[in-house]
Design a binder for this molecule. Sequence first.
Ligand SMILES: Cc1cc2nc3c(=O)[nH]c(=O)nc-3n(C[C@H](O)[C@H](O)[C@H](O)COP(=O)(O)OP(=O)(O)OC[C@H]3O[C@@H](n4cnc5c(N)ncnc54)[C@H](O)[C@@H]3O)c2cc1C
Ligand code: SF4
Length: 386
Amino acid sequence: MGKITGFLEFEREKVHKEPVEQRLTHWREFEERTPDEVLKRQGARCMDCGIPFCHKGCPLGNIIPDWNDLVYRGRWREAIARLHATNNFPEFTGRICPAPCEEACVLNINNDPVTIKNIEKNIIDHAWGEGWVTPLIPPRHTGKQVAVVGSGPAGMACAQQLARAGHAVTLFERADRIGGLLRYGIPDFKMEKWLIDRRMEQMAAEGVTFRTSVNAGVDVTGEQLQREFDAIVLSCGATKPRDLPVPGRELEGIHFAMNFLPQQNKVNAGDRVDGQLLATGKRVVILGGGDTGSDCLGTSNRQGAISVHQFELLPEPPKDRPPLVWPNWPMILRSSSSHEEGVIRDFSINTKAFVGDAQGRVRALRGVCARCARSGSTGRPTTAGP
Ligand SMILES: Cc1cc2nc3c(=O)[nH]c(=O)nc-3n(C[C@H](O)[C@H](O)[C@H](O)COP(=O)(O)OP(=O)(O)OC[C@H]3O[C@@H](n4cnc5c(N)ncnc54)[C@H](O)[C@@H]3O)c2cc1C
Ligand code: SF4
């Protein structure tokens, strides 16, 4: 444990961000680097409690108390070793993970949690800066060939682990670049894409072969893969969008998030996108109050939308965590950095139809205020009626 009285002495300190009007003018990340002294103080707040619930709250099982303590002591090199033991890409999670660990932090019962996610991000940024992140070449090769299909974070981590175990790994990707939703989904202002390229360099040196623009099952058949490889991993992600089959859905101007967001990522990467979907000069409505909606919001505001409304089907959640939820993820009102940048948020709105003009372009949305019914057995929302 870092400082025994740390959690009594130090408050949680927020990450500083570039002012809204400034960050809306570009697509880069806008969180400022946290000084080492602040990070040490935050690490010192970790109580190293007997049962570290944060460790269980983290889907990766990151050994959080260990690296909090090491950061407090300034032992960054050991901290990155502990972090890499469970996480291939802390620079990704340290930027975009929703941080269920912080909800599960014991300090969060009656105080503010440790800034775990920010400490994680800074450990890895520090490590790259010092040149401590290098390829881990396997001492021997097994002679086995493995195909990994799909290069999102799951496929990348899988490919890296397999290569480090000495297998010859080929990572197949349908898109023209590696990274899955990290590359074409999550906006650059949340995670800049050179972070993926840097990891790809490391992975290439470790022996991973990247094959982009190959749609497995079409450009190369399953039989071919089975013939050429000893094992195949499928890490293809979800891909299928959730449609809203209401009257007027076919009107021009209604788009899936994943048709809109990747185009901007491509443009940011220097590609030309003919007929790019742009929110510039438009009144935008986002249906869905989650993270993808937030990303569409930040993107629309950067493109210069006149206004952005975000409609959520479910009722507005409470601002404070209901009792007895800790250490689980609480359903509370969450505001992302994109919300800070300007939005009109509305809850309990069920879209019933879209209305078009004479040219077939969407002009209005017809919705009703919804009442949320919950399943008697699970308590989960079931239907929403007027
Ligand atoms: C807009 C958006 C924002 C998000 N923001 C966050 C966030 O802030 N924080 C967070 O934790 N999560 C976020 N998520 C969720 C997160 O991105 C996903 O959980 C994660 O990317 C899933 O990783 P994956 O590797 O399983 O799949 P994916 O990232 O979807 O990657 C799968 C890859 O497989 C490829 N593929 C599919 N089929 C084939 C085939 N036949 N041949 C070759 N390649 C194929 C696809 O092209 C894709 O590149 C977000 C999701 C979206 C859509
Ligand atoms: S930020 Fe996410 S990946 Fe990082 S420790 Fe917390 S839960 Fe785990």
